[in-house]
Design a protein around this ligand. Structure first.
Ligand code: ADP
Ligand code: MG
Length: 339
């Protein structure tokens, strides 16, 4: 079947002035034709596959993340923000591995062809892509409930990827940036009246992947993960896969003034440990790397804070005001989610 016919059958004929927008017209208009900017991309959109050149001494880091309407975002969400966030959450996975972004593919399932929506979505996506010299090299476009999927690829020197499973007893645990702002943004969307919600909403809707920090952590960090499901859950992955435990000190967690204010007003001190969408990095380093870490991250103007340390005894122990406190909620889990 001709692709155009297939497209029209899938999505219904969509008038665009006097000319119907075909599948290839849509791809051409919103996603292709912007040229390839990354030296590793040798063939982009338009053939059955794209082609990437991977230098001999590198490994290709590959990740995919999906965003589903009503699960990851509200109906009517700003399409420019969705385009940005969809790519950002994938780039955050590359950051967590210390990989340099190269290229991505985009699978779109759309309930209808809405050119204004596609214009804003593709702009949000492409702006972030350009910032990291990442090429959109292919994808797929289908009809159905709104589901957005990206597969992102990056390069890392062979053997140098930051892994979850390699933390060791005695290592120090760090996080970049501040925790809980995106969680606060979600609370604001759900009706919490914050005095100053702008930053929290920006962190929720337009997260900035910590690519530069991930690159700087190569050869320093012993383990690393990006925080997408909440610190407690994601640090838990490092601990479980590394076969170790940890103590963290709640009083050392980095919070913005808005999150501090939220906790003071609600008493909900667990929120920044369990809310998702931070997209900061949680990593471990041997103590002798502390000076090197400070120097590298200072150059990037990326703040980081030591929040605890790795211990031999399994499990995550949380101290608050000098006492061990239990953690009730462990972050988002799709198939058991009660949130
Ligand atoms: P095929 O039938 O071989 O899967 P398609 O007709 O689906 O190819 O797509 C044609 C070209 O457009 C391919 O190169 C594909 O990777 C690309 N493409 C399709 N949808 C998208 C999209 N949403 N974003 C970027 N590229 C896309
Ligand atoms: Mg196809």
């Amino acid at each position: 079947m001709q692709p155009d016919r297939c497209w029209l059958q899938c999505l219904g004929e969509v008038a665009e002035g006097p000319v119907a927008l075909t599948e290839f017209g849509l791809i051409e208009r919103f996603f292709a034709g912007r040229g390839l900017i990354n030296p590793c991309s040798t063939l982009g959109i338009g053939d059955d596959c794209a082609l990437l050149r991977v230098p001999d001494d590198r490994e290709l880091a590959v990740t995919t993340d999906t965003m589903v309407e009503n699960v990851h975002f509200f109906p009517g969400a700003d399409p420019g923000w969705l385009g940005h966030k969809l790519l950002a959450v994938n780039l955050s996975d590359l950051a967590g591995m210390g990989a340099q972004p190269v290229a991505a593919t985009l699978a779109l399932t759309l309930p209808a062809v809405d050119t204004a929506w596609l214009e804003a979505f593709s702009s949000g996506f492409m702006q972030l892509a350009r910032k990291f010299s990442l090429d959109l090299i292919g994808g797929d476009t289908t009809s159905g409930p709104l589901v957005l999927t990206v597969q992102a690829m990056g390069l890392v020197p062979a053997g140098a990827a930051l892994r979850r499973a390699t933390a060791r007893t005695g290592d120090l645990i760090y996080v970049t940036g501040e925790l809980g702002d995106a969680g606060l943004g979600l609370k604001v969307c759900q009706g919490f009246a914050s005095d100053d919600p702008a930053d929290a909403l920006r962190r929720l809707h337009r997260p900035e992947p910590r690519i530069a920090a991930g690159l700087a952590l190569r050869n320093i960090a012993s383990a690393c993960i990006d925080i997408s499901d909440g610190l407690a859950s994601d640090l838990g992955h490092i601990l479980r896969t590394s076969g170790v435990g940890a103590s963290i000190d709640w009083d050392r967690l980095p919070f913005s003034p808005a999150v501090t204010d939220y906790i003071a007003r609600t008493g909900d001190w667990q929120m920044p440990l369990t809310a998702g969408d931070d997209y900061e990095l949680c990593f471990t380093i041997p103590p002798e790397q502390e000076a090197m870490l400070a120097a590298r991250l200072q150059d990037l103007h990326c703040s980081c804070r030591q929040i605890g340390s790795i211990e031999a005894s399994p499990g995550l122990r949380l101290r608050k005001a000098g006492r061990e406190v239990p953690l009730k909620d462990r972050g988002y889990e799709h198939f058991t989610a009660a949130r």
